[in-house]
Design a protein around this ligand. Structure first.
Ligand code: HEC
Ligand code: HEC
Ligand code: HEC
Ligand code: HEC
Ligand code: HEC
Ligand code: HEC
Length: 342
């Protein structure tokens, strides 16, 4: 009985709602005016035309063909240095990737492979080439803190930063032990084979006082007006050079040296030869049968050690002083004069 009452009450309420529905149906008015236009959306990423300036068969073929002639492909030391934890960051594909990903190579690496495309290239950081510049999908393009001096940052503001990761010294120069002496404890002593970055910058040499002035840091014309990649990866001259051979191409020199680049740094070869004679007499350096120069373990005067360091620095840079003609010249000439005066 109670339920029936409730039900009829619900029916009344429901039907009264229907009424409300009917009576409040709106009558359509005149349409309002159009609203103002919305703001333009953001520009889309450029189409594939720009991508195709690099991603095309001709470019790719030239890169692959040139790569075969490079020291990187040869990977002479990759076999035994590529796997060792202390060497791998520069000597193997796996080592460099681990280093750039985690900031270190934690342990020895099994089956390391030589430097290859994936060592340097990964993926694009952005596709806003106009705003961010071309990154060439390089893995490590940021400025590089030196291994031997974390407070010093090399910044080429471009693709050459990739090179600075590996082509930098592993040791800094000799320090007086308080008695005017320095002990060479290894026949591998010296800046190691790749001090090119610090030579170009004009740092990490032992600046013995003398008649030749040391140029200000970072002031070399080859540092300010050219770069690792412009000289070593420029347009090929038609010979085997430039691009991914990393053999310096004369086309990169003629922008400044309009009559062709000078073949050598004036007087450097003669000064190097004279300095080597003195350092061999002091027994701190030694030339082997193949003509390679090595340090000899032992204790030497700090001047001999500094002069030997300078010799090894210019020698291991392997550009015959070209990277920084004035700095190389001053390091060698002042070392020579100081030893002669002793
Ligand atoms: C200035 C040269 C350049 C331009 C422009 C360029 N790329 Fe690349 N890109 C490279 C290089 C160099 C690599 C790495 C080597 C390779 O794979 O050939 C690469 C690699 C890539 C990869 C492979 C990355 C991976 O994860 O394997 C993709 C995808 C790619 N690019 C897409 C694009 C697209 C899309 C555009 C256009 C919006 C573009 N690229 C424009 C140079 C360029
Ligand atoms: C991952 C470390 C690494 C990076 C990055 C790197 N290099 Fe090298 N480079 C080496 C090693 C190691 C060798 C020696 C090859 C070998 O014997 O294993 C070498 C060899 C070379 C050579 C040939 C030297 C010879 O004796 O024939 C040149 C030139 C060179 N690199 C220039 C460059 C330039 C320019 C860049 C930047 C675009 C660069 N490298 C980036 C590690 C690197
Ligand atoms: C900071 C990077 C770096 C580290 C770490 C490093 N090397 Fe190197 N090494 C280089 C570069 C760059 C070259 C090539 C320089 C050139 O050819 O002008 C090179 C060249 C060499 C060469 C000469 C190869 C040749 O082509 O004749 C040997 C041997 C070598 N390294 C051994 C080692 C060993 C062993 C270790 C570890 C104890 C080591 N390297 C650690 C950067 C490095
Ligand atoms: C030692 C580092 C290194 C290695 C190894 C390397 N590249 Fe490059 N690559 C570079 C750098 C640096 C540039 C940018 C050069 C510049 O600034 O002009 C570049 C540029 C390129 C470009 C653009 C070329 C152009 O003309 O625009 C392509 C494509 C490319 N690399 C593909 C490859 C491929 C494929 C391999 C393996 C066969 C390879 N790279 C190995 C460092 C490397
Ligand atoms: C002004 C142009 C120029 C610049 C800038 C330059 N190089 Fe060189 N580099 C040369 C020349 C020229 C040689 C000597 C090549 C030869 O004698 O075969 C050379 C030699 C080298 C060698 C030794 C090659 C060998 O056959 O042993 C390496 C490695 C090297 N440069 C790496 C670099 C790196 C890394 C940078 C940037 C830090 C750089 N270069 C900057 C021109 C340049
Ligand atoms: C940005 C301009 C510029 C470029 C590019 C350039 N050079 Fe130089 N180069 C100079 C200047 C300026 C000097 C004078 C010495 C100095 O200021 O360091 C010089 C000096 C030299 C010297 C020493 C000459 C001497 O008498 O002692 C050599 C060797 C040399 N350059 C070779 C090269 C080679 C090889 C290339 C190309 C791979 C090259 N340069 C590219 C500007 C340049």
């Amino acid at each position: 009985m109670k339920n029936m009452k409730l039900l009829s009450l619900l029916v009344i309420v429901a039907s009264s709602l229907l009424f409300v529905q009917c009576t409040t149906d709106p009558i359509a008015g005149v349409p309002g005016e159009d609203g103002a236009d919305g703001l333009d959306g953001m520009d889309g990423v450029n189409g594939t035309t720009e991508c195709a300036t690099c991603h095309n068969v001709t470019t790719s073929d030239a890169v692959h063909a040139s790569y075969l002639f490079s020291g990187h492909a040869a990977g002479a030391a990759a076999g035994y240095a590529g796997g060792r934890a202390s060497c791998a960051r520069c000597h193997s594909n796996e080592g460099f990737i681990e280093y750039t990903t985690y900031g270190q190579v934690a342990a020895d690496i099994d089956n390391p492979t030589p430097i290859s495309c994936t060592t340097c290239h990964d993926m694009h950081t952005s596709f806003d080439f106009e705003g961010d510049g071309y990154d060439y999908a390089l893995r490590a393009i940021d400025p590089v803190k030196l291994i031997v001096d974390e407070s010093y940052e090399i910044d080429y503001a471009g693709t050459s930063n990739a090179c600075a990761n590996c082509h930098q010294p592993r040791r800094s120069g000799p320090v007086d032990n308080g008695l005017g002496l320095f002990e060479v404890t290894s026949s591998h002593w010296g800046p190691h084979h790749g001090p090119q970055t610090t030579m170009l910058e004009g740092i990490q040499g032992m600046e013995i006082a003398g008649g030749e002035e040391y140029p200000a840091i970072g002031s070399a014309s080859h540092r300010t007006g050219s770069s690792c990649t412009s000289c070593h990866m420029g347009e090929t001259s038609g010979q085997i050079d430039g691009n991914h051979t990393w053999i310096p191409t004369p086309t990169a020199c003629t922008t400044c040296h309009t009559n062709g680049a000078p073949g050598e740094v004036t007087g450097l070869k003669e000064d190097m030869a004279a300095l080597l004679v003195l350092l061999e007499e002091a027994h701190i350096l030694h030339m082997d049968e193949e003509g390679a120069v090595h340090p000899v373990e032992g204790t030497y005067t700090i001047l001999e050690a500094e002069a030997a360091w300078n010799y090894l620095f210019v020698y291991e840079d392997a550009s015959n002083g070209t990277h920084n003609p004035k700095y190389a010249k001053a390091l060698i000439k002042n070392s020579l004069d100081a030893l002669n005066a002793n």
